[in-house]
Write a protein that binds this ligand. Structure first.
Ligand code: ADP
Ligand code: MG
Length: 250
């Protein structure tokens, strides 16, 4: 199987007035097509830096990123994002917020607009197309933000702590919902999180990073069926949690 994303020996040093900060050191791993990967690591270890490098927004100090076998140079049309904030515009209704993603990427046409409507219907926002963002719950807004990105049919979705602004209860539901949407739409996804449970619940594999500069400590394949409801209830869940927790503590 060909890799969708290939990180080859990525290192990143920031240069500032105070001197040099080594943020990422010799990171090497692949993401297969349709795979859901999480990257966990301590705060400030270099997770967002790594995501920006994958996105082609930040050139690494050394190493390279291949997207679909080709060197990633501003491969932005193939990449979608989901951030902590939903970045929905208050003066636009939900439909027009979703269509904005298509407008920005110059992909708005009858076909893509129809797809946006399908996604809104399919994922429970069909009755809220004319509503403004403030009329929706935090979880619904995150779903709308996800649909805005999915409507552009990105090959890869990058998620940077997308649930951390939500309260704990909402966060559990929304992360499960979003996991189900991504697996139904077969999107290749890379999620950055500091929440070990979230990573295990959503991912095919979990990449554990060290303290700064981030190096790959371990990669866990999560062997829990995704179809039988929430993975959090699986007896295997605690085993993965303890192992990753221990690796992060060391
Ligand atoms: P994380 O997402 O894991 O919390 P980041 O990738 O944001 O970590 O940051 C990793 C390290 O690099 C931190 O020490 C941060 O202060 C530093 N850093 C991030 N961006 C810059 C920058 N533009 N210039 C200098 N240092 C930076
Ligand atoms: Mg970050």
């Amino acid at each position: 199987m060909s890799s969708m994303v290939q990180l080859r020996n990525i290192s990143m040093n920031y240069h500032s007035k105070e001197g040099e900060v080594a943020a990422v050191s010799q990171v090497d791993f692949c993401v297969q097509e349709g795979e859901f990967i999480s990257i966990v690591g301590p705060s400030g270890c270099g997770k967002s830096t790594l995501l920006s490098i994958i996105a082609g927004l930040l050139p690494p100090s050394s190493g390279d990123v291949l997207i679909g076998g080709e060197v990633a140079v501003k491969n932005t049309s193939q990449i979608g994002y989901m951030f902590q904030k939903d970045h929905l515009f208050g003066w636009r209704n939900i439909l027009n917020n979703v269509l904005l993603g298509l407008e920005i990427k110059h992909k708005k046409n009858a076909h893509t607009v129809a797809y946006a409507h399908i996604l809104l219907e399919k994922y429970g926002l069909g009755d809220f197309k004319k509503h403004r963002p403030h009329e929706l719950s935090g979880g619904m807004r995150q779903r709308a933000a996800l649909i805005r990105t999915l409507a552009t049919s990105p090959k890869i979705l990058l998620l940077d702590e997308p649930f951390s602004a939500l309260d704990y209860q909402t966060r559990l539901t929304v992360s499960d919902e979003i996991g189900a949407i991504l697996s139904a739409e077969r999107v290749t996804a890379i999620l950055v999180t500091h929440d070990i449970a979230e990573a295990i619940a959503l991912s095919d594999r979990v990449v554990v990073l060290s303290n700064r500069p981030a190096t790959v400590k371990n990669i866990h394949t999560i062997d829990i069926c995704k179809k039988e409801g929430s993975r959090r209830k699986s007896p295997k869940f605690a085993g993965y949690f303890d192992k990753i927790w221990e690796e992060l503590r060391q």
